[in-house]
Design a protein around this ligand. Sequence first.
Ligand SMILES: Cc1ncc(COP(=O)(O)O)c(C=O)c1O
Length: 446
Amino acid sequence: MAADLPAFGFSRKARRTVTQPINYLLQVALGREDVISFAVGLVDQESLPAAEVKDLAEGLLSDEQVGRASLQYGSTEGLSELRRAIAEHAAALDGLKPEQLGIGPHNVVVSSGSQQLLYIITDVLVDPGDIVIAEWPGYFVYTGVLASTGAEVRCVEMDEDGMRIDALAAALEDIRRAGQLHRVKVVYTCDYCQNPTGITLSRARREQMLDVVRAYSTEHRICIIEDAAYRELSVDSPPPPSIKSFDRDNAQVVLAQTFSKPFAPGLRSGYAVLPDDLIGPVLDQKAVHDFGSSNFAQHLLLRAMRTGAYAEHVELLRRRYRAKRDAMLSALAGELGDFEPTATRWTRPGGGLYVWLTLPEWMDTGKDGALFAQALREGVVYLPGEFCYGPDRQRRIPTNHMRLTFGTVCEPAIREGIARLARAIRKTADEAGPPRSAPARQDAER
Ligand SMILES: Cc1ncc(COP(=O)(O)O)c(C=O)c1O
């Protein structure tokens, strides 16, 4: 029947929005049980807090009045007691009280995962053609948000201390000289255990980032979106203070966090701490999206925070992820320590879920390259680094990186998976080898 009809008239936005590459990788991994997947950033399955959530739900529903209230619609901004608890929690992570950050519960908006807030805040600030500055490489689902919004993306290099502030300042200066500063709306950073590199922005750079962005906020205030999704999964020394903590008048930084990584993504709950003048516009958008996230999940999370179940779970996760990260790092050292040592390197994340592996430039890690196919034959899959670079017109996308997720895989499988990956890398190198005209050389990026 549809064959006789013309196509639907899709909106420009629908046409700008691309299918997420991760969908393909999910299928690859789900379709074959023999494949070890380092590709998909799901959380550790074994430690998901099923027993804790059962107790929390029983506690909630055993009080009829509270139970019924939790099954009713909630408010657009979220449960007020939960927002109070979040304001205290977010400030406490910086060793502060909410007042010291210039925030209160009214600055907190609870969302359906932090992804929803990343989307809404961007939608509130960015028109098609506006400029958003992001990391290179960066969180590819946010790159998808930017594509859907129609933003022009300018990317800023990372090094082992996170986004390079000299490069950020240079990008802003270029834009100013071109008379385009009015188009810059957002600087986005995933500043703790970054997705995809695992790198944490150094303490010094946090204050510098705020200073630079403030200095260029002449045409209007440029918003820093601090996506701290992995902050609570930092496992080494205490992580640096948030960028938000330097924004003492709560004027410039949106701090986005989530209950997904430190508790349970199935509850689809995240939140942001917003400057006062963003609250209204964000809530207006959220009201037309869904007029409030799951009220039941919010009641559960409030109980989890009050009973200490949340804090206990985060501790357990930190132990688990530390062991997994260590297993991946030692497997990489054992399996790839002697492979093209001047060009092969990997990050040593202070937590989170990801290690970023760099191979010699002549090795193609792309989805359609020989290594990806060889890795699949060996029974392992990774996220090709090419997916993690935004569409920055001024740059060529490197094709010699990959993101390895240690979140979902148990330690023996991590060791086995890295052994398979190393075999695939060596076989591919034997077959393809370095082209004579382009000898392996130090990667300038890191
Ligand atoms: C960097 C980053 N930000 C935000 C999110 C969104 O997570 P959620 O919507 O589950 O809070 C993710 C999910 O993987 C992420 O990696």
